[in-house]
Design a protein around this ligand. Structure first.
Ligand SMILES: [Fe+2]
Length: 265
């Protein structure tokens, strides 16, 4: 393992059944094709657009996910709460108040390399939870001796907050990738200290939609300002994500590549 590159495949927010079908069908193939050592999937919109449940999480694990990250909608399916406590590999943002169900990081041994996956959530146009910057530093201090590679899903709305967190952690983590906006950005780059960054990796969900949901509902809500609930679009899904290559000895990024492809199911 020592001289070989280590590769991480990350897939964006799985939205509804179209997103689930797409990821169930494509995950193993993508992992093979990109020669990825591990797969991280954000599952926070998997159940009809809002949250995730145990059965869906288990199917994502069976499809090839090693770690499932989430975000603000993780609390939506009430039945998932005990599962969040029980299953180490499903995360909820670490900066929710202490005592909430679940945990915000895990450490895995992947082919002899210890990898810490962290999940944090932004506070700009999001719930006002604990500081993601300070929480990240605390976690890195705590996990420094336990992991060689650090990868972070920052579930956040604002580009500035996402870029600022990546700048703050530059050199300490291999990757900061954004989720939550559901639209992939094109700013994949490696920062000066060796941290790879992408503002948003995009979603795995219906493409003919407004961020994965039915366009007409979104248009009506915009026109009327009524609190109309989003409904997942029933069109074909597109898969978005990234592949990170890193040096397992230094824990620094070597290359970050975006993924975008139409689902065949
Ligand atoms: Fe979200």
């Amino acid at each position: 393992m020592a001289s070989r590159k280590f590769k991480v495949l990350a897939l964006g927010d799985v939205i509804g059944s179209a997103g689930q079908r797409a990821v169930f069908a494509a995950c193993a193939g993508l992992k093979r094709r990109h020669n990825a050592d591990m797969v991280i999937v954000n599952g926070e919109n998997a159940v009809e657009g809002f949250g995730i449940d145990e059965a869906t999480a288990q199917r994502l694990f069976s499809a090839g996910a090693d770690v499932i990250t989430t975000g603000n909608h993780v609390w939506q399916q009430k039945s998932v709460m005990p599962y969040l406590d029980r299953e180490d590999r499903i995360l909820r943002p670490a900066n929710y108040p202490g005592g909430n169900p679940g945990h915000g990081y895990c450490v895995l041994d992947v082919r002899g390399v210890s990898v810490a996956v962290l999940n944090l959530q932004g506070r700009v146009r999001m719930p006002s939870i604990d500081c993601p910057f300070r929480t990240a530093k605390d976690l890195l201090r705590k996990l420094k001796s336990k992991a060689k590679i650090f990868v972070l899903d920052f579930h956040a709305e604002a580009t500035e907050e996402k870029e600022a967190l990546a700048a703050y952690l530059d050199g300490e983590v291999a990757l900061v990738f954004g989720t939550h906006t559901h639209v992939q950005t094109t700013d994949n780059r490696i920062l000066r200290g060796g941290t790879a960054y992408l503002t948003d990796i995009g979603a795995c969900g219906p493409h003919d939609s407004v961020i994965g949901f039915k366009s007409d509902v979104s248009v009506r809500r915009s026109l009327t300002q009524l609190p109309l609930k989003n409904e997942v679009s029933d069109t074909t899904a597109r898969i978005h994500g990234l592949v990170l290559s890193l040096d397992p000895l230094s824990g620094k990024a070597l290359e970050i590549e975006r993924i975008q492809e139409d689902s065949l199911v």
